[in-house]
Design a protein around this ligand. Structure first.
Ligand SMILES: [Zn+2]
Ligand SMILES: [Zn+2]
Length: 392
């Protein structure tokens, strides 16, 4: 495994930064401490800094030479509303909040690369280091675009990286095309008629009707969507009633749907809406149905995927580059940036032994052993993009 010497030399510092960020997790759009930390470091590296983009977003800009190309490198700042189950010394100091997705590591790796590129980088052109808020659920990437991200910091291509437990340390995974699914949410309310549990004939039971809707939804992926097209429809909440002897008036049902194409999104939305309304009507109730598209699918462009792949192969060799993996049914708001600019998103292995606890688990921790590798990958991607003649 090849790591830049100057990055290897600061490994202890990178671990310190990562653990500091880990112990101070902040939720979507509240990343004030984290954003200040990032801005301070970038200034220490003599990089121009713009803060408060979409609230807590930060962009650092580094220019060298007269090259016209500009590249965007993106990391995420936010943590999750999870109570940390770990007991090590750098565990979360903010109860109910935790860096359970490794964004502490992502931020640190990009800062490590920024420091190297400012001091030693061999390139001619512009690098924008993009630190986005609110990757989890709230679409901070989209908010930054709406706040003029690519107008204020124009880039020709954009790259993103996420750690992935279960893939060994020293491995990367990437391929062109779909990497992660679209993320949509739905919510419906069955409006029945409340009454006494002993006299159901005088009520219209929204629980009974709701269960038929949930059951009918299972037919959509199993029997209506082309089995060659990946799709997930998960009902994750069903809320109704407060006590033993009352049939409630309403039942609320919600969940999420995932797929890779606009066509399937439309099919899911239309069929869920039709089934919930028609089933409610058949049982003399009424139903409101709302379907909301949160994140588009994360689709890698061919050219940038090859560039990202080459940077990884230079570091870890062809044998440690995975490109036959299936896309994840999880999602990523980097997808919004990929809709605006060509680019690619790569996974870096967080470990298959230590480091294999899945993200979003209260026992997860970003693996410090990959900090220098991730920072080196960022450097290679940027230098190769802005200095194609560069060999290593
Ligand atoms: Zn996450
Ligand atoms: Zn994440």
């Amino acid at each position: 495994m090849k790591i830049f010497k100057e990055i290897e030399e600061v490994e202890g510092t990178l671990i310190e930064w990562r653990r500091d960020l880990h112990s101070h997790p902040e939720l979507a759009f509240e990343e004030h401490h984290t954003a200040k930390f990032v801005a301070k470091k970038l200034r220490e590296f003599n990089i121009d800094v713009e803060e408060n983009i979409a609230g807590t977003g930060v962009v650092g800009t580094l220019r060298k030479g007269s090259g016209n190309l500009a590249v965007g490198l993106r990391a995420d700042l936010d943590a999750l509303p999870i109570h940390e189950g770990n007991n090590f010394s750098h565990k979360s100091k903010n109860p109910g909040k935790m860096h359970a997705c490794g964004h502490d590591g992502h931020t640190t790796m990009l800062l490590g690369a920024a420091q190297y590129l400012s001091n030693h980088g061999k390139f001619s052109g512009t690098i924008h280091f993009i630190f986005q808020p609110a990757e989890e659920n709230e679409g901070g990437g989209k908010a930054m675009i709406e706040d003029g991200l690519f107008k204020r910091f124009p880039v020709d291509s954009i790259f993103g990286m996420h750690n992935i437990p279960g893939i060994p340390v020293g491995c990367f995974a990437i391929k062109p095309g779909p990497m992660m699914a679209a993320f949509d949410v739905f919510e419906l309310t069955v409006h029945g008629k409340g009454g006494h549990a002993a006299m159901p004939h005088l009520a219209t039971d929204p629980i009974q009707i709701g269960t038929k809707i949930v059951e009918a939804f299972q037919n959509i992926v199993a029997k209506e969507i082309n089995p060659q097209e990946p799709a997930v429809l998960s009902v994750t909440k069903f809320q109704a009633g407060d006590t033993f002897n009352v049939i409630p008036s309403n039942a609320k049902i919600g969940g999420s749907a995932r797929c890779f194409s606009e066509k399937i999104q439309l099919q899911l939305e239309r069929r869920m809406g039709d089934l919930s309304k028609e089933i409610a009507k058949a049982f003399e109730a009424r139903c409101d149905f709302h379907y909301e598209r949160r994140y588009p699918p994360t689709i890698n462009n061919e050219k940038e995927s090859l560039q990202a792949r080459k940077a990884a192969v230079d570091l870890v060799g062809e044998e440690n580059l995975i490109s036959d993996h299936r896309p994840s049914m999880g999602s990523e708001d980097f997808a919004f940036m990929l809709k605006e600019r060509p680019g690619a998103y790569i996974w870096i292995g967080n470990g298959d032994g230590e480091g294999s606890c899945m993200i979003h688990n209260p026992l997860y921790d970003f693996n410090d052993k990959i900090l220098t590798l991730g920072a080196s990958w960022w450097v290679r991607v940027a230098e190769q993009y802005l200095n194609p003649a560069q060999t290593y």
